[in-house]
Design a protein around this ligand. Structure first.
Ligand code: BGC
Length: 236
């Protein structure tokens, strides 16, 4: 594998429902470039998103490998669903397509899963909730990730799922004050159900949370969604 002066360079990508983000990290996960971002193209089909990613990442220069967070279920590098992108992602070979287009080995994981790797302490049960276009959720035991826990689409209040209750559309329709109350209800439920040591809350809408949060809840920076990408190559 090609080595630059600072070692192996990882291109970290975060595919989001609203924005596509990317950065290059050094061997220990420190950013080597600016974070770049574009709006997610609509309709967000695989080809539209993959083309936008190629243009987005071009100015970042050389890299040796790719990490990618994806807003849906990913199994063995293949995407199964993407509720906030497009139905055409069912069965899309994301890792293989990234490698074909960007000519480097690629690893992909659910976006909340990647985010968690950027913040967890690898001790006991830790959870991540991301508040963005959708609601991401990730669970870890002693740093080991339990993949694809899709809490977002589980019923929460009446016929509404967690994501319908606190996702971006809910923030818009309910307003910030009531959305804040809703997020606290979700946190209470999550804490009671999984009894995690910590719940890390991130995502683009976490900045709208006001006031104190329950014990055991920590706010995290959204950049973790990119920085966590280094963990996908920890065994390499
Ligand atoms: C998806 C999750 C994803 C979350 C945040 C949800 O709609 O089902 O897989 O992590 O959105 O992007």
């Amino acid at each position: 594998m090609a080595r630059s002066k600072s070692g192996i360079r990882t291109l970290a990508i975060d595919i989001g429902g609203t924005g596509l983000k990317a950065i290059v990290l050094d061997e220990v996960g420190t950013p080597l470039t600016e974070r770049v971002r574009v709006e997610t193209p609509r309709p967000a089909t695989p080809s539209a998103v993959m083309e936008a990613l190629r243009d987005l990442t071009k100015p970042l220069g050389a890299f040796d490998r790719i990490s990618c967070g994806f807003p849906g279920v990913v199994v063995d590098g293949v995407t199964r669903s993407a509720p906030n992108l497009h139905v055409a992602w069912a069965g899309f070979r994301l890792e293989a397509d990234l490698t074909r287009r960007l000519r480097k080995p690629a690893r992909a994981l659910n976006d909340a899963g990647v985010q968690g790797f950027g913040v967890i302490e690898r001790r006991g049960v830790e959870m991540v909730l991301t508040l963005g276009t959708g609601m991401g959720c990730a669970l870890y035991l002693d740093g080991r990730y339990v993949p694809n826990l899709e809490l977002a689409h589980h019923p929460f209040k009446g016929k509404r799922t967690y994501e319908q209750y606190v996702g971006d559309a809910a923030l818009e329709s309910a307003g910030k004050k009531s959305w804040n109350r809703r997020v606290r209800k979700v946190l209470e439920q999550v804490m009671r159900t999984w009894n995690p040591r910590v719940v890390y809350v991130g995502g683009g809408n976490a900045k709208h949370l006001k006031g104190s949060l329950p014990d055991g809840v920590k706010l995290t920076d959204n950049i973790a969604g990119l920085l966590g990408g280094i963990a996908l190559w920890r065994d390499a």
